[in-house]
Ligand binder design. Structure first.
Ligand SMILES: Nc1ncnc2c1ncn2[C@@H]1O[C@H](COP(=O)(O)OP(=O)(O)OP(=O)(O)O)[C@@H](O)[C@H]1O
Ligand SMILES: [Mg+2]
Length: 257
């Protein structure tokens, strides 16, 4: 059997009031692969990512997660909050801001969702939290509160919190852009490990190195349009569209020193 896409985005249009943020987006996210979304500021990357787990509703088109439509039972017929929550359980999300509870240790931060959402007993949740934290290289800091962790460590706790829920799909929105440059590598390293284990990932990133070396496909957005989707090498090294070339030129100018 041919394996279906993990996520099918079909003809999605999204408006904020009169402003159209996404225009007829068609994109397939293959399972077990890494898709990077790149493009200039305001191009609609975060909006598209947030549509995937229906954090943003959209006006037309549909998004299928493992073949199931998310957000609507049928076009124009919103699904119940309960069904939406059920579907979201298989989707992990990591943002630029870590959103950790300041009064909880790293381990408690990871265990919390397992207790509240998954209904695990506290000792089981803590054990699974410890396992997830070991995976992101945080075995020795599990007892620290966020204030006693570096930005890179806090982001790794946020990743552990997401993967502890055993998602089938992980969404990342610029997970390293709030970090000091010397801490970026440790977070990208964890993401690379997840990718090598076959996690389906959609990553909005300004890290062209990550897109070049880890992504299986790169999608370029501009002005709410999906300009091109192709291999990292085609998009980043042999782009056919002038808009992509202009974007990369600006990127290289900014990052040259
Ligand atoms: N809640 C909102 N209300 C109105 N307009 C919005 C809202 N959120 C985003 N927009 C607009 O939609 C467009 C796309 O925004 P989005 O956040 O998706 O861009 P982005 O590609 O993620 O940009 P960045 O790289 O700066 O994060 C922008 O023009 C933005 O101003
Ligand atoms: Mg954004």
């Amino acid at each position: 059997m041919v394996q279906a896409s993990a996520v099918e985005i079909r003809k999605v249009n999204k408006f904020y009031g009169p402003f159209q943020a996404l225009k007829d987006i068609d994109l397939s996210i293959p399972p077990g692969k890494v898709t990077c979304l790149i493009g200039p500021s305001g191009s609609g990357k975060s909006t598209l990512l947030r549509c995937i787990n229906f954090l943003e509703p959209y006006e037309s088109g549909k998004i299928l997660i493992d073949g199931q439509m998310i957000g609507y039972d049928a076009p124009g017929k919103p699904m119940s909050g309960r069904r939406l929550r059920d579907m979201r359980r298989s989707i992990g999300m990591v943002f630029q801001q870590f959103n950790l509870w300041p009064h909880m240790t790293a381990q408690q931060n990871v265990a919390e969702g397992l207790i509240r959402v998954r209904g695990l007993r506290k000792p089981d949740a803590e054990e699974r939290a410890a396992e997830a934290l070991r995976k992101v290289g945080m075995a020795d800091k599990m007892g620290n509160h966020p204030a006693r962790l570096s930005g890179g460590q806090q982001q790794r706790v946020a990743i552990a919190r997401a993967i502890a829920m055993e998602p089938r799909l992980m969404l990342f929105d610029e997970p390293t852009s709030a970090l000091d440059p010397e801490l970026v590598g440790e977070v990208l390293g964890v993401m690379k490990t997840l990718a090598s284990e076959g996690m389906t990932m959609v990553v909005v990133t300004h890290e062209m190195g990550f897109a070049a070396h880890v992504a299986d496909q790169v999608a370029f957005l501009e002005g709410g349009e999906l300009v091109a989707v192709d291999t990292p090498s085609t998009i980043l090294h042999h782009p056919r569209d002038a808009r992509i070339r202009a974007f990369l030129r600006t990127y290289h100018e900014r990052n040259a020193f």
